[in-house]
Design a protein around this ligand. Structure first.
Ligand SMILES: *Cc1c(COP(=O)(O)O)cnc(C)c1O
Length: 380
């Protein structure tokens, strides 16, 4: 089956007791044993729950993985993955990863004895030089947040295999509709399902997809041991969102591409960051490894912080809010909103300037969106 069909049908059997087509919300903590030591496959919802299982199977099918796991948030998924490591292990990570990822690594996991090196993932030599005898994992995010940098996944996987390292790809921005990292040999995919997979700005959730029996067993063990699982209702909402993932992503991309082209021509705009633009440094790699460029567009406005603030106050349809990936168009200012957990000098090095603005382009009418940007830029 192809993507659109899998998105609608995977993980869903008509309910065996009633024939309900939509997956029921199994809002229960416990499942009664049939006999001493005999269950019907479920005993306690932290370990496994049928609504969660439906979502997990669906995400695994879309990513082409062995198994999927649903977590209470993207950060819960990431925290759980970090527990595949132990004190003394070293991780090489992209330097422009999600702000919360940076915070988890630097401000939490470091205190448990993990070591991190953050670097731009665009140069084989630089990545190889960062690898130490205790390196265990390479963490990538592509397209990255908020600069939409593209990581060459095949190159990273090749380096990782030579050094026997685990690779983890945060696939939140691209979604499996545009990119399936496991096909390139990545070991684990992580998602914030809060974003495109759910797509309606009404759930916090996360997911992990594994590629091998060994990692499946370990992630299942950790999810249960750490209790980082998602609730049945949240799983049901994400599953519902995924049914329309393909059509949503197509339209997000169409709207985003229009806006990127519009902004590139605007005199008030210094630089546009969108991998679909020929001017984007990662365009060639994105063309090769992705089937589309996604719905997030960042740009640097002329005039720095003053101009950015004025723009942010004037947009009307774009809501001033963190997060992304929903039907609603959102605008945010990474330096003062999503990336405050990154120290200022690190933000500078990475290229998150005070004039940088990130748009999560929603599914409203494109003419309305352009008019909104137009009136806001006009008055800057
Ligand atoms: C939002 C996000 C996360 C964190 O997910 P939550 O659901 O907010 O915990 C991780 N990675 C990326 C790329 C994100 O956008």
């Amino acid at each position: 089956m192809r993507f659109e069909t899998l998105a609608i049908h995977s993980g869903r059997e008509p309910d065996p007791t009633t024939g309900a087509l939509a997956s029921p919300i199994y809002q229960t903590s416990i499942f009664v044993f049939e006999d001493v030591g005999v269950t019907r496959g479920y005993d306690y919802s932290r370990t496994a729950n049928p609504t969660r299982k439906a979502l997990e199977d669906c995400i695994a099918a879309l990513e082409g993985g062995k198994a999927g796991f649903a977590f209470s948030s993207g950060m819960a998924a990431e925290t759980t993955i970090m527990h595949l490591l132990k004190a003394g292990d070293h991780v090489v990570s992209g330097d422009d990863v999600y702000g919360g990822t940076y915070r988890l690594f630097e401000k939490v996991m470091k205190d448990f004895g993990l070591e991190f090196t953050f670097l731009r993932m665009d140069d084989r030599k630089r990545i190889e030089e960062a690898i130490r005898p205790n390196t265990r994992m390479i963490w990538i995010e592509t397209p990255s947040n908020p600069l939409l940098n593209i990581v060459d996944i095949e190159m990273v996987v090749d380096i990782a295999r030579r050094h026997k390292l685990m690779t983890v790809a945060d696939n939140t921005f691209a979604t499996p509709y545009f990119l399936r990292p496991l096909e390139y040999g990545v070991d684990l995919v992580v998602h914030s399902t809060t974003k495109y997979l759910n797509g309606h700005c009404d759930v916090i959730g996360g997911a992990v997809v594994t590629a091998t029996d060994e990692s499946t067993e370990r992630v299942q063990f950790l999810l249960n041991a750490m209790g980082t699982c998602a609730s049945p209702f949240d799983c049901w909402l994400v599953l519902r969102g995924i049914k329309t993932l393909a059509v949503r992503m197509m339209q997000h991309e169409e709207n985003a591409a229009h806006i990127a082209i519009y902004l590139e021509k605007h005199p008030q705009v210094k630089t546009v960051f969108y991998p679909g633009l020929k001017s984007h440094p990662g365009h060639e790699i994105a063309m090769r490894q992705m089937e589309g460029f996604g719905g997030v567009v960042s740009f640097e406005i002329e005039g720095g912080i003053e101009a950015a603030n004025s723009f942010l106050r004037r947009v009307k349809i774009f809501s001033l809010a963190v997060s992304l990936g929903g039907v609603d168009s959102l605008v945010e200012h990474p330096a003062s909103m999503s990336h405050t957990s990154m120290p200022e000098e690190v933000r500078r090095d990475v290229g998150i300037t005070d004039g940088l603005i990130r748009l999560s382009v929603g599914l409203e009418n494109i003419d309305d969106l352009i008019e909104d940007l137009e009136q806001a830029l006009e008055h800057v």
